[in-house]
Design a protein around this ligand. Sequence first.
Ligand code: ZN
Length: 306
Amino acid sequence: MTGLINVSRLRMLGKLKCLDEIKAKAWLVVAWMAISQAVCVSCSAKPTDSHHEKNAVNGSDSVSQDDVCNDGKTATLDPSAMSGNASADAKDFKPGEIVPEDVVGNTEVQSWFSVNEIDDSIFKRIWKKSFKENCTVPRSQLRYLRILHWNGDGLTQVGEMVCNKIIADKLIRVFKKLYDANYKIESVLLVDDFDADDVKSMNANNTTCFNFRFIKGTKKTSCHGKGLAVDLNPLYNPDVRTRNGKLIVNPEKGREYATNRKSRKDIPYKIDRNDLAYKIFKSEGFSWGGDWRSIKDYQHFEYNGK
Ligand SMILES: [Zn+2]
């Protein structure tokens, strides 16, 4: 009996001790919450936010000008924020991103133009899209290009392209010369970003090269299927042909740019025989679809290995 009382008394004492501990801990929690809800007068960040932790390491609680209040979120790449950053270079920018002038000025322009093998990350993007399951061109025959181009707003933008390795160096020279001459190309992204749908890509005036397909009604791989043809600024330079007396324009959205092209001065990005892109592509051995007789494919430059 006595033994039982002692045990229960001990248990009670134990509980009381625990309660005291809980109360003490509760006060600590309340105090911590009060501190953590306080706000930094310099930048409205809480003391628990990342810049304070960083400064605590430095033994200072001041906020430097370089500090950015980001509430602990990972900083996203903002090209305007890269302005003046001498250490930024080509690999810091994704395709489609605008590159500030001074960033380009701090680098070798040639470093923005590169020929690369199709690595796994690129292959993942093109597999079952432009690189279809029945693709007759081996992956090792293709190359991934990165370039710079002037977009429609006159800003420098990063471009990308998959092409046949036979023309990789040629295309690098073409796009470098066009860049040096301030030639405008609205968008240069993989057709895979448009579900490998040519019409979607053309409607966005996107310049592309490789997209595997056979020539309609044959088992012959088309020029684009081999990665040997480029469609440049396609919306304003459509493919035009006559079928059963009807004018077929591809993309249909570019119909207003299909006719009377010789005399017209209202077509942006217009390719004709006086155009610089025409001259540069020709100098690298490409033929132009606008020179064909039955069909006029004004956007199209292809390489036949001659
Ligand atoms: Zn084409």
